[in-house]
Design a protein around this ligand. Structure first.
Ligand code: SF4
Ligand code: SF4
Length: 423
């Protein structure tokens, strides 16, 4: 009997590597902790479908890829297209991107470029929007365009306090709305835009209801699960994400009523800030929670920051709505790409107080200069408030885990000692 061997294409090989990474992370999240909420099944299955089975979710729809949270999804939805945030957390894509970009680049940017180069999308974008937020994102947009993708640069200001920057960004969002409408040959109508503001606003509201339950002494959900929920917002169908989040909210309310605690009784409570944890690179939140602490809140653009600030509109006219959307995105952004970023420090301190946190973990990707540069001022601001904080540098590679684990465990031990002394 002759046996037929099928030779794997480079695309199939890359898909297999990504599936292995995805499964490894999902298995840890599902099995290393006690009882994840039943409603998390929807999200676990979603990740398996997209990253292990490579199932497309948005066939027959125009897909607008975005390279940063600053692209207003309300406008894309209102034009009957699907926004797909393409910030990438896969190490196997980071390795491909490493051959195309300087080795000291941010792993998120390398992984994003690597994915475009190998084209391993379950839903391939029809066009890509690149806001000029950080330098590495802006330059990677040009590289992606050279690969043959249709790319639109969306200008973004580097300050946010001044009236000029607000007007500059409003103009940029108005221009984006017009050009996208022309490209897609769809009219942006008042009714459609109002409807999409309401749908995205409803998702934001759900997120805030879920996350505020983590203010309880007994936390009903772990941080790693919350990162899965918020990361799914990058690519899931809005209606399905909303249904999944609604089911999760009702289960978590029940858990709070039953005094269920997803963490241990005296686990230190941590606020997470810094470079965004993006599936499957959830290694730092995972290490924190494997070391007996619990992430109760975060200040990152792959989670909390995506849901900040609702669109506020005085008159529901088309141009007022577009301006209201622009303001929401600029006000809500606390990315360190801004010259001054006092909002970020204020927000972290607020989260520590509201969520009764014992300390802060600040993580920067090696190669991300802005997060690295801003750490000193954030550390000083926390010290002034008497809030313990640890600064960690990491990348997507599975090595150096030992060193990171030792530092995280020592920090958590110090938080436990502090807690004991307070009792
Ligand atoms: S870290 Fe900043 S520039 Fe990068 S994706 Fe997030 S918001 Fe955008
Ligand atoms: S982590 Fe830093 S370099 Fe990477 S996308 Fe965000 S701001 Fe840019």
């Amino acid at each position: 009997m002759t046996r037929e061997y099928k030779i794997e294409t480079p695309q199939e090989k890359q898909n297999r590597h990504k599936a292995m990474e995805a499964v490894a992370m999902l298995e840890k999240i599902k099995h290393d902790f006690k009882e994840p909420p039943k409603a998390m099944e929807y999200f676990y299955n979603l990740y398996e479908d997209v990253y292990c089975k490579h199932k497309p979710l948005h066939e027959n729809k125009i897909k607008v890829g975005t390279l940063c949270i600053q692209v207003p999804s309300e406008i894309i939805h209102a034009l009957d297209a699907v926004p797909l945030r393409l910030c990438n957390g896969f190490y196997s894509d980071d390795e491909i991107g490493g051959d195309l970009l300087p080795s000291k680049s941010c792993p998120l940017v390398k992984a994003t470029v690597g994915q475009f180069y190998s084209g391993n999308f379950s839903d391939k974008p029809d066009m890509v929007i690149s806001p000029t937020t950080c330098d590495q994102k802006a330059k990677s947009g040009a590289i992606i365009e050279d690969m043959g993708y249709s790319l639109y640069d969306m200008e973004f200001p580097r300050t946010k306090e001044s009236e000029e920057s607000r007007e500059y960004w409003r103009r940029s969002v108005r221009k984006f709305s017009k050009e996208l409408s022309l490209d897609l040959n769809k009219k942006l109508t008042r009714t459609k835009l109002k409807e999409s503001i309401k749908k995205v606003g409803h998702a934001q509201h759900l997120y805030h209801q879920i996350t505020s339950l983590r203010q309880n002494q007994n936390v009903p959900i772990l941080g790693v699960d919350m990162f899965l929920v918020t990361n799914a917002f990058f690519f899931d169908k809005l209606e399905n994400w909303t249904k999944g989040a609604t089911a999760l909210l009702s289960e978590l309310k029940q858990r709070v009523e039953n005094d269920f605690n997803a963490a241990k009784k005296n686990s230190p409570r941590v606020v997470y800030t810094g470079s965004p944890p993006i599936f499957p690179n959830l290694k730092i939140p995972l290490l924190i929670e494997q070391s007996d602490a619990v992430v109760v809140a975060d200040e990152t653009c792959s989670s909390n920051r995506m849901f900040n600030d609702m669109v506020s509109v005085d008159e529901w006219f088309l141009y007022d709505m577009v301006d209201g959307i622009a303001d929401r995105y600029l006000k809500g952004c606390t990315c360190p790409i801004f010259t001054k970023n006092n909002d970020r420090k204020r927000r972290i301190i607020d989260l520590v107080k509201k969520y009764n946190a014992d300390g802060v973990v600040y993580q920067a990707f090696a190669g991300c200069q802005v997060y690295e540069m801003e750490q000193r001022s954030v550390l000083e601001a926390m010290e002034k408030e008497g809030i313990p904080i640890i600064y960690l540098e990491s990348d997507y590679s599975p090595s150096h885990l030992g060193q990171l684990t030792t530092r995280i465990e020592a920090f958590i031990e110090s938080l436990k000692n502090r807690k004991r002394k307070k009792l």
